[in-house]
Ligand binder design. Structure first.
Ligand SMILES: Cc1cc2nc3c(=O)[nH]c(=O)nc-3n(C[C@H](O)[C@H](O)[C@H](O)COP(=O)(O)OP(=O)(O)OC[C@H]3O[C@@H](n4cnc5c(N)ncnc54)[C@H](O)[C@@H]3O)c2cc1C
Length: 482
């Protein structure tokens, strides 16, 4: 982008990825229009209220061990509202009881068998010890996390720990999820070690030597859902335009005019476009100009889920300590996790001294039956499981079900290669880039990182457009409504 900042970029999708892209583009001097199909910004980040309490109805926590999300929150003025979880302890509801979540593992993979005592059976613990004697397991270009860990340490580690932890991020199936994409540090370590537990110990030693201090996760007072709203405000304050209720239907490249974008009855022209929408929508938009990329995107699968948020009178509830619990699918329960929001986030407790808010989640990849149930049923199964796990039998003062159909893209074995092919095809078209949860990670920081990578990619293209043009101002076409 030139220092004069005349390049017009259209960003399609105002989830956190699209907004982060717009924010960075503006900082670099571009002219930006964001087009969002729905009537609000934020996508999977959704703040709301239950029984008068501010809560998140979508994503609620940001990984703080990588910088992007916390840094963006600071850039848009939320520094004072960043807040780590009030408790770092959590539980596993497994083998009939809530058990303390073990420490000393990498995504459920332990450095020693003893790290999982209390969670695994004696046989399961004994099986871990065999890792040291087994010959190296070949992992090739990629391998399913579950398959590899089961081969090294036995299925119990996968079923009782890896699966619920990975499921908490991807709502996926550990025996399908790519180790290379989902747990890259484990993948790299597994390539160079015969023993998996030894590899994990090395990862842990490096982390300790790197002195990674500070909270692993961070929240935002008022909800992580307020982040996209603050980013959108910042985008507007910098002169960027965000149009909601503007579903993009068509994206074409016109040799003389750059990119032509059709959103409802609006036609816009731009020098560059960043496509920040979920894979099926991106596939539709790219079909005309980048059919190979579209075909790859059409193959990305999603998991659907629902969150059930429940508010209780404080005097009627006594929950176990900690931020909540995860449930291994092998235990046969309906809910897959519960977050004790009032205990996890100090700001929720402080703002609502008379309430206890918690939430459960249901639905994993391939589990469609549960999500066909109506809201009242989902509340009932949540209350039933909560009572079984914690003894909570009070009647909630308010409940709320939030459905996230196709909420989380799946990262099966070979995902990295698919993403590389998508980027290769997209990269052949000057001024086109993609970003969002289906590429480099589903977490908020990874989505933001993919947005920044998209900005870097089109930056060179925009510069070339402007260098080829005698008068950049006149070469740039249109704006919203044209
Ligand atoms: C229930 C749930 C809980 C989660 N919890 C966490 C968590 O605690 N921490 C964490 O880090 N991650 C969490 N995630 C993952 C994370 O929230 C998402 O991966 C991330 O927010 C996705 O951002 P995105 O911008 O890629 O996509 P989206 O949020 O999907 O945004 C895409 C946007 O594009 C818009 N759009 C679609 N079609 C069009 C069109 N034709 N034209 C214009 N706009 C269009 C959509 O309306 C949407 O606003 C969670 C996800 C879910 C579903």
């Amino acid at each position: 982008m030139s220092a004069t900042g005349q390049g017009r970029v259209v960003v399609i999708g105002a989830g956190i990825a699209g907004l982060a892209a717009a924010h960075r583009l503006l900082r670099r001097g571009a002219r930006v229009t964001v087009l969002e199909a729905s009537d609000r910004v934020g996508g999977k980040l959704l703040p709301g209220e239950i029984a008068g309490a501010r809560v998140d109805f979508g994503a609620e926590s940001m990984l703080a061990r990588r910088p992007e999300a916390v840094a963006l929150a600071r850039e848009v003025g939320l520094t004072d509202r960043l807040q780590p979880p009030a408790t770092a302890t959590a539980s596993l509801w497994t083998r009939g009881a809530l058990r303390p979540m073990p420490k000393g593992h990498v995504m459920g993979v332990p450095g020693t068998a003893s790290a999982l005592s209390g969670v695994l059976s004696e046989e399961g613990l004994a099986r871990i010890e065999r890792d040291a004697d087994l010959p190296r397991t070949q992992i090739g270009d990629d391998v399913a996390v579950g398959e590899y860990v089961a081969a090294r340490l036995g299925r119990e580690v996968v079923d009782r720990l890896v699966e619920p932890l990975l499921g908490g991020v991807y709502a996926g199936d550990a025996y399908r999820i790519s180790m290379r994409s989902a747990v890259p540090q484990l993948f790299q370590a597994a390539r160079t070690h015969d023993s998996l537990t030894e590899a994990v110990r090395e990862i842990q030693a490096k982390a300790a030597a790197g002195q990674q201090t500070g909270p692993v996760f961070m929240g935002i007072e008022g909800g992580v859902g307020t982040l996209p709203i603050a980013v959108a405000e910042s985008v507007r304050a910098q002169g960027g335009e965000i149009l909601t209720g503007a579903p993009v239907k068509e994206l074409r490249r016109e040799p003389s005019q750059g990119w032509r974008i059709v959103a409802g009855d609006r036609v816009l022209y731009a020098d560059a476009v960043i496509v920040a929408v979920p894979a099926p929508v991106a596939a539709g938009l790219l079909r005309a100009e980048a059919p190979e990329a579209a075909a790859e995107l059409a193959g990305v699968e999603y998991a659907s889920m629902a969150l059930v948020t429940l508010a209780y009178r404080r005097g009627e509830v006594l929950l176990p300590e900690g931020s909540g619990f995860l449930v291994p699918p092998v235990d046969g329960r309906t809910i897959k996790a519960s977050t004790f929001a009032s205990q996890k986030w100090g700001w929720i407790a402080d703002e609502n001294p008379d309430l206890v808010v918690l939430r459960t989640s249901v639905g994993r990849y391939g589990e469609t039956e549960i999500l066909r149930r109506d809201d009242a049923d989902l509340v009932d199964v949540s209350r039933h499981d909560l009572e079984q796990a914690t003894g909570l039998d009070a009647t909630p003062v308010e409940t709320r079900v939030t459905r996230w159909t196709d909420g989380l893209p799946q990262y099966p074995v070979g995902h990295h290669a698919r993403v590389a092919r998508i980027r290769e095809h997209v990269g052949k078209l000057p001024g086109l880039a993609v970003c969002g949860a289906q590429y480099d990670g589903v977490g908020i920081p990874a989505c933001i990182a993919s947005a920044y990578a998209a900005v870097d990619q089109i930056q060179g293209d925009l510069r070339a457009v402007q260098e080829l043009t005698a008068n950049p101002v006149q070469s740039l076409h249109g704006g919203a409504g044209e």
